[in-house]
Design a protein around this ligand. Sequence first.
Ligand code: ADP
Ligand code: MG
Length: 414
Amino acid sequence: MSKSNTSHKLIYEEKKATKLFLWLFYIFYISFELIFFYIFPKLSGKGVISKPHEGLGLWIYLFIFGLLPPALYFLRKRNPYIIKYLYIYSFLLIDTVHNVLVYWGSDQSFSSGHIVEVVFVLFSPIFVNKRYFWTVSAGMVLKYVFIGVLLKDIQVLVPMVIYIILSAIAFVILVRFESYIRSVTKMNDELRRKEKLAVIGQMAAAIGHEIRNPLSSLKGFTQLQQERYPNTNDFYPIMIQEIDRINSIVNDLMTLGKPKNMKFAMANIEEVIAYTLSITQHQAERQGVTVETIMEGPLPPLECDGKQLKQVFINLIKNAIESMPDGGKVKVKVKVTESNKLYISIKDEGSGIDDETILNLGEPFNTTKNDGTGLGLMVTNQIINDHKGEFKIEKSQDKGTIVTVILPIIQDSH
Ligand code: ADP
Ligand code: MG
């Protein structure tokens, strides 16, 4: 419903622009014809000059006003988009024919041009359509080129230069319109996303909170059972593992809920990574994935919320492992950049990530996995933003995906 709604609005906008154009076109056309061919000659005492009676003669009025019925028809028919093209093409055709008929084989030098040409060019940005703009500008200039070549008259240079200048002005206006519209649209999208997230976040945090308590007693009792019946414990590790999984999903969901209170303290990145690897080790082994870590140089302690950062690297390394169901290698590299920030990259040899997933990175529930939640990257992104860091995910040159995280070593907010 919302889609057809927006397209209705767009059609409505186009109709408004078209109506405005039609009014301008005819008002300028009639005024110009009246003043130039009837009023002005009368006032200057020359009588009616003969121009409109040459060439196509008064037929030209029939053609110009004959465009009105089809235009009104298309306006009615919800197909206003072609009207502007109908006018520019018809006008170019009629005017060229008219000029050729008037000047071909005559010895008077070319002096023509109509105010509506200015209307065409200068008002072309009202349709916010680049194709139409180029049609009008190129059409107008080419018309004069054609006439100039045909009549071997260099007088056409004057209107040509004028229309090139006017086109440049119109182009600037058009580009400004488009850029403005783009930012407004983007802003709206962002706002909508934020609202959506806020609602999801509050709901998720509330539900997550309620789930966590029963979950922890469930885990406690399962562990108790396991200890009590050590001989039948085949299923207990799986039960505990699955409970942990639910727990981590709940944690992700709760991270979405704002407001978060970050607890910044000094921590070692080595420790954070080591913890992450110990958590993900089991899954890696099961899938035949080896994890290699390269720590370059002495790494300074980092001011961060350690718990949250662990969450980040668990998400990222899990994703890397999950991208290689048939085994492979994950390379984790940590170093200090020249600008004194911590650089961490995680590279896998998996299927790689497609552009659409990258584009929708901020969206919740955006997953390509059967049992995925599509929350991991989003949470990751949020936490890194809270640390005033940078996060990038891209397809690797050779194979797989590279994720880079850049974190400031000291949080400068306090
Ligand atoms: P989930 O892992 O639950 O699907 P995430 O937010 O962690 O949710 O990831 C979202 C999606 O991004 C994944 O479903 C996957 O398609 C893609 N993705 C993330 N990391 C990688 C990676 N290392 N390699 C390939 N695809 C990835
Ligand atoms: Mg994930």
